[in-house]
Design a binder for this molecule. Structure first.
Ligand SMILES: N[C@@H](Cc1ccc(O)cc1)C(=O)O
Length: 432
């Protein structure tokens, strides 16, 4: 075995609950283990990254990972950790989501490579649920579990005793669907371990219970703690919403920013959870960080490791350079040419903007016209002149003077100009 899976997860702080015997099993044999992902959105966000990383650890440790996409369970809706009944997703949306989730998973886990014993497998529970008749399901699955047992689960108890709207029969049955998946994978693929976030313990143990009662078998469970932030706010969210693993939803720059902005406390935990750096490396980084927190060595390494893993080295390099632009005194045209419009809009998010016509630059304009007439960067012509005298105006991070003529040759990312007064006062001109 390449390394001890449970031991590895333990020092990384990634075990919340583990069923007795699981560790021994992992030491004894090559274990097939699975994690399920419901297609509730057309991509996965960084909240799901822990589970993806677990599948990767499982494989690196010499075991066989199964990634399950919940084509069937996605049609039902998991009540775990939810205080309210959710709307059903339409088939169109589900199809789109399933494709999105599968494509994200395939970016991290190679379902083609490896010897048969440890080759990763991608399955969709719709394949074995679609022809299950209601009568068969009631007889073959429902009969093995009492309603009393199902009611005792947190996900159900809260909704039945709570003040809310109660719970539909649909969501109540969810644990049987997930439980049956485990039975199916146990029987057909020799799967003996299910992993999930801590909110999945109830569903997973319904599965191990079904395996026991229906097949007389022994199946195991392991859950991970929910990733938290030291300040109590929800992990994985920024003001602009979820941090997704797809660039069309969250740009590489914003993704990088999320990690680089981690607090010291969070970075200490996250470096162990979200990177594959070994124990010694993590510990020495934490030590180095403690000596000079201002240098943010932990955040820098965390952002590098995670961004490279998710988006590749090249995209990371660009994001890093982009994040340095705000702090650089001058930026050459060659340097600007590395960034596209999207990245520049990300870097300068929140900076006031104006649109001007390309024609206006055809014969060149002087700073006063550009900054006070064509745009409202500065309030008046005299203000522009005063700023010019102070030598505090720049365009694209290069100082200008009263004689400067601005033409279309000055455009960066094809249609932008970055106006600046002093250090921090920016204005973005979009030339159409
Ligand atoms: N219920 C899990 C997803 C899942 C679906 C089917 C399974 O068999 C296992 C897990 C979740 O919401 O995260």
């Amino acid at each position: 075995m390449a390394y001890n899976f449970a031991e590895e997860l333990r020092w990384r702080g990634m075990i919340h609950d583990i069923m007795p015997g699981t560790e021994e099993l992992l030491e004894k044999e090559v274990v097939t283990g699975y994690i399920g992902f419901d297609p509730t959105a057309d991509s996965l966000h960084i909240g799901s990254m822990v589970q993806i990383i677990l599948l990767m650890h499982l494989q690196r440790a010499g075991h066989r990972p199964i990634a399950l996409v919940g084509g069937a369970t996605g049609m039902i809706g998991d009540p775990s950790g939810k205080s309210d009944e959710r709307n059903l997703l339409t088939q169109d949306i589900l199809d789109k989501n399933i494709a999105g989730v599968q494509s994200v998973l395939s970016r991290f886990i190679d379902f083609e490579k490896g010897d048969d014993a440890t080759k990763a497998v991608l399955v969709n529970n719709y394949d074995w649920m679609k022809n299950f008749s209601l009568i068969d399901f009631a007889r073959d699955v429902g009969k093995h579990i009492t309603v009393n047992y199902m009611m005792a689960k947190d996900s159900v108890k809260k909704r039945v005793q709570g003040e809310g709207e109660g719970m539909s029969f649909t969501e109540f049955t969810y644990q049987l669907f997930q439980g049956y998946d485990y039975v199916h994978l146990y029987e057909n693929m020799g799967c003996k371990l299910q992993i999930g976030g801590s909110d999945q313990w109830g569903n997973i143990t319904t599965g191990t219970e079904l395996v026991r009662r229906k097949l007389g078998g022994k199946a195991y469970a392991l859950t991970t703690p929910l990733v938290t932030k030291a300040d109590g706010t929800k992990f994985g969210k920024t003001e602009s919403g979820n941090v997704w693993l797809d660039t069309d939803k969250t740009s590489v720059y914003k993704f990088f920013q999320f990690w680089i902005n981690a607090t010291d406390e969070d970075a200490i935990n996250w470096i162990k959870i979200f990177t594959f750096l070994d124990k010694e490396t993590c510990e020495s980084l934490i030590e180095e960080h403690a000596k000079d927190p201002g240098y943010r060595v932990l955040q820098k390494r965390l952002a590098e490791e995670v961004t490279v893993m998710v988006h590749g080295r090249e995209a990371y390099d660009t994001a890093l350079k982009a994040s340095q632009i705000l702090f650089s005194k001058t930026v050459t045209p060659e340097q600007w040419s590395e960034f596209n419009q999207e990245t520049l809009l990300d870097i300068f998010e929140g900076v006031p903007q104006a649109e001007i016509a390309k024609d206006a630059l055809k014969d060149g304009v002087d700073p006063v016209t550009l900054m006070a007439d064509l745009t409202s960067f500065l309030p008046s012509n005299s203000e522009v002149r005063r700023a010019l005298k102070e030598n505090s105006l720049s365009i694209n991070k290069n100082k200008i003077n009263a004689e400067t003529v601005i033409t279309t040759d000055n455009l960066i990312a094809e249609n932008m100009l970055l106006l600046q007064r002093g250090k921090r006062n920016y204005f973005l001109v979009l030339v159409k």
